[in-house]
Design a binder for this molecule. Sequence first.
Ligand code: DGL
Length: 275
Amino acid sequence: MNKLNPIGVFDSGYGGLTILAELQQKLPEYDFLYLGDNARAPYGPRSFDVVYEFTLEAVEYLFNQGCELVVLACNTASAKALRTIQQKDLPQLFPSKRVLGVIRPSTEAIGDLSVTNHVGILATEGTVKSESYVIEIGKFSPNTIVSQHACPIWVPLIENNKHFTEAGKMLIREDVEKLLQKDQQIDTIILACTHYPILKEYIQSIVPENVQIVAQGAIIAEKLHDYLERHPEIEQKCSKTGNTRYLTTENETVFSQNASLFLNQEIIAEHIKLN
Ligand code: DGL
């Protein structure tokens, strides 16, 4: 894909593939370059400084591959690194390029989703501690009551394909119950980690019928579509041959095998080094 200008899609590992799948469906004419930093996942328990450093390395790599626009398809990176990259690094290093996250678009949509105005957030420890969802929902939907629960075991379970073992399902069920115990009026749960949509059907099957489980992918795809319409100066630079390349910092064969769980298609990944 040399000389192309794909849209970069970054995640700590496989989770961003749930976003990529929706982007490919909504914007099939565009080229995408996916990068999973699987060798250093999970990001959830890492400090702000480390997540920022790793995310900036990935963004620079994607820019150097020709991306004009990078989507951080990772809530943890969006919570801990996006603002600094947008405000400090881009103006100095890449003033014409753009980086977007997944938290703001998701919180903009929340007001239309909940009837009770009681919303639950399931996310990594890093995203929960950053309070990003509470702060952003407060801006767009100030009457909404937000309860959060961190699920530090979920990303390792998913990255290792152990999430649907009996033990895995029990751990997931316990976390969901802990969230619902915090507020019995919750009618909407946001899967605020891009790894979690792979669990959506299971979680929907264990919550009361009036509780809806919301994955971010379709929301992000819709918002990116709007963004490209509003920003022709970026949109015109994005190449459109309908191709996607997949990069991973882990072993490329392992990535290719596991990626099919998230994408329902065969892919061939390439190994890269970020540092
Ligand atoms: N997919 C990332 C997110 O949305 C996972 C974080 C991790 O690596 O712990 O937060």
